[in-house]
Design a protein around this ligand. Sequence first.
Ligand code: GNM
Length: 455
Amino acid sequence: SSSRSDPLNIIEACQPLNFLLTKVTGIQEKYNRSGAVGIKDLLSPSLGSLQESVQFNYMIDIPWLVQQYPPQFRSKPLVIVHGHQRQAKMDMDVAADHYKHIKLVNAKLEIMYGTHHTKMMLLFYDIGMRVVIHTANLIEKDWHQKTQGVWISPMFPKCKTASDAKDSSTNFKQDLIQYMEAYRTPHFKSWLEKIKLHDMSSAKVHIIASVPGRHIGPAKQTWGHFKLRKILRQLGPGNSCKSWPVIGQFSSIGSMGPTKESWVYGEFTESLATTKDGGASLTMKPTLKLIYPSKDNVRTSLEGYPAGGSLPYSIKTAVKQQYMHQFWNHWKSEHRGRSAACPHIKTYTRSHPDGTSIAWFAVTSANLSKAAWGALEKKGQQLMIRSYEIGVLFLPQNYGLEKFKTLEHASEDPLAFPVPYDLPPTHYEKSDRPWVWDIPYMDKPDTHGNKWCPQ
Ligand SMILES: O=C(O)c1c[nH]c2c(Br)cccc2c1=O
């Protein structure tokens, strides 16, 4: 149908960046009408005649997921890729047993504390396929009142022969195949053959992914923050951006080590700060700004304190890294109408100090953790990663630009980048504290008049 609310129109209106946020219940409709999708939109018949699909994720409510598919697609073959082990794995098996069209694939997690965070959909239609890389778990509350990010590919046409099925200038297809091969599971054999038969030349993003392992040699640059460093070294901004802050925005924080130089303002910032052919480490490290909800951001959010149930920053980790306080900035999204929609999205960018332009932008499943991005070991010879993650990197030159103007400050430009939060970021006040999920908050009630007493 030609209506603006038809999912295909929403997707086509956000080309060529194809970067959307999820719809939020309870905000003014104008902030949901354009540049936003719900899960039913992504699975809509107007996007294509679905034949089968693969859902990669962390938390999956199988009965709820099945209900998100339109009735005519509800019994098409569905493969769910997850990383649960022991009791959680058994629970998944029991839940899936009720559906004969569902097959489960269990990702190997051979390194302690690793998780299968990757959130990706492979949607196979009659005439082609789409890839969706996003940040939301497959549970209702992740699609209700949070800020989540979605990148959806154009329709990748199905070809008769593999030689017709081209890759993009960003090696999207090669990187997707390499990522899936890293699972080392025979279950992916048929999917990989299908993917190889699709023309992905229209993809304009780079894949930034993580797979568990102790990666050395060329593999060190294939995954995690060293993949980002490699691409920025080849295609990143020039020296003109040397003084631009680097920004990380996420929904959880791992253990960063005893000092800021241990990892976050060491190897991690060096990767985000990498410029083309210029040694990031040779000169001043840029300012690092980290956007993470304060206790009051959570208290005053649409969900109230329960939003903090998806912001698993533990007090035992937080007390070990008080040095992080200098980096904290509020979650603020006035121009997207989402200041009260707690972030579950994870994004990384490099922005002009005044926020009117950005040099690159990444949206990913990866939180601020060594497990997700990787940490150097053995005197920098290997990059140890614990989890599966995937995200996409937008570079201006893949859209014929030097820089992206930000939509917030250049609303008429079709290539202005729809950054999910307000730039420049707003630093915490002295009295502000980052949200920590396992301590009580009894002093002030949240938007629902409740306190927070976790036990
Ligand atoms: O994959 C993700 O995004 C998530 C990973 N770990 C979580 C924990 Br632990 C507790 C609550 C929420 C999440 C979550 O959302």
